[in-house]
Design a protein around this ligand. Sequence first.
Ligand SMILES: [Zn+2]
Ligand SMILES: [Zn+2]
Ligand SMILES: [Zn+2]
Length: 58
Amino acid sequence: MAANVENIKCACGNCQCVFPIDQAFVKNGKAYCCEACTNSHTSGDICPQCQSVCGCAN
Ligand SMILES: [Zn+2]
Ligand SMILES: [Zn+2]
Ligand SMILES: [Zn+2]
């Protein structure tokens, strides 16, 4: 396993998810861990990683 990918933290509020940068969802120059975080959980979608809305829904 020669994975040499940088891990970054989700830009979404309280989300503590860390993920490989090549799997990031990018919006407005910020990297998020999932589509729900990218959309600021506007529809109440949970983060599949956190199994929650990361506390950032409000
Ligand atoms: Zn996230
Ligand atoms: Zn989030
Ligand atoms: Zn998360």
